[in-house]
Write a protein that binds this ligand. Structure first.
Ligand code: 5GP
Length: 211
C-alpha cells in the first residue's frame, strides 16, 4: 500500500456530552506529536465553532460529492446530519509519523477498524452518570429541548457499542480521565495493551443505562 504509515490512530468515542471533545483538544495541546483529525459535517456551526478548526462545515451536495469521489475513510449519518473523515490528510499525517486523534462515533470506528495496514487504538469514554450528561447537554444546547431529548434517547444505543472498543474510560474528572488516556496512549506506543476490568465496566454500563 505504498509508503509505510508510522503513526497510530487513536479513536475517542462517547455518547454526546461525555466530554470527549475537550479531552481530544487537551491531548493535542499538550502533546506535539498528536494531530486532531478535522471532520467534515453538514451540520450547522455552533456559535463558538470555527470552520476549518472544529469541523469543515459543508453542504449536503458537497458531502455527497466527497462520498461519490471516494474521498472518505469513513462517514456516518448522526442526528440527521452527515459526518465524515477524509482519507488524504490522515494518511499524510500517519506517514509523517504523527499520531492522529479522532473524535468520531461508533459507526465511523467500525469502518476505520476495517481499513488495512493501519495501527488503531479505540477508546470509549463514559460520563460518570446520566445526570451529569444531561447537565452538560443542557449547558451546550440551551433552549433546544427537542435536541436534548433526542440525544438522551440515543444514549443507550451508543453505549451498547462499548465492547467494540479496546478501552473504556469513565470521565468522572477531566484531569484524571486525561491522565488515564495519556497512560493508555503511552503504553500502546510501546506495544503494551493494558488489561481492563470488564466486570467493573459492565457494572458501570448497567448503572448508566438502567433508566
Ligand atoms: P457534534 O455534532 O456534537 O459535534 O457531534 C456529534 C457526533 O458526531 C459525536 O458523537 C462525534 O463524535 C461524531 N462525529 C464527529 N465527526 C465525525 C466523523 O467524522 N465521523 C463520524 N463517524 N462521527 C463523527
Amino acid at each position: 500500500m505504498g509508503k509505510e504509515k508510522k503513526g497510530t490512530m487513536f479513536v475517542l468515542s462517547s455518547p454526546s456530552g461525555a466530554g470527549k471533545t475537550t479531552l481530544t483538544k487537551k491531548l493535542a495541546e499538550n502533546n506535539n506529536n498528536f494531530v486532531i483529525s478535522i471532520s467534515h459535517t453538514t451540520r450547522k456551526p455552533r456559535s463558538n465553532e470555527i470552520n476549518g478548526k472544529d469541523y469543515h462545515f459543508v453542504s449536503e451536495e458537497k458531502f455527497k460529492d466527497l462520498i461519490k469521489e471516494k474521498n472518505f475513510f469513513e462517514y456516518a449519518g448522526i442526528f440527521g446530519n452527515h459526518y465524515g473523515t477524509l482519507k488524504r490528510p490522515v494518511i499524510e499525517f500517519l506517514t509523517q509519523g504523527k499520531d492522529v486523534l479522532f473524535d468520531i462515533d461508533w459507526q465511523g470506528t467500525q469502518q476505520l477498524k476495517k481499513v488495512k495496514d493501519l495501527s488503531i487504538v479505540t477508546i470509549f469514554i463514559l460520563p460518570p452518570d446520566i445526570k451529569v450528561l444531561k447537565e452538560r447537554l443542557l449547558n451546550r444546547h440551551k433552549g433546544e429541548e427537542k435536541l436534548i431529548v433526542e440525544r438522551m434517547n440515543k444514549f443507550n444505543e451508543e453505549v451498547s457499542h462499548w465492547s467494540e472498543y479496546n478501552y473504556v474510560v469513565v470521565n468522572d474528572n477531566l484531569n484524571i480521565c486525561y491522565e488515564k488516556i495519556l497512560d493508555i496512549i503511552t503504553l500502546e506506543k510501546k506495544g503494551i495493551r493494558k488489561k481492563q476490568n470488564l466486570d467493573e465496566i459492565r457494572k458501570k454500563i448497567t448503572q448508566l443505562t438502567v433508566n
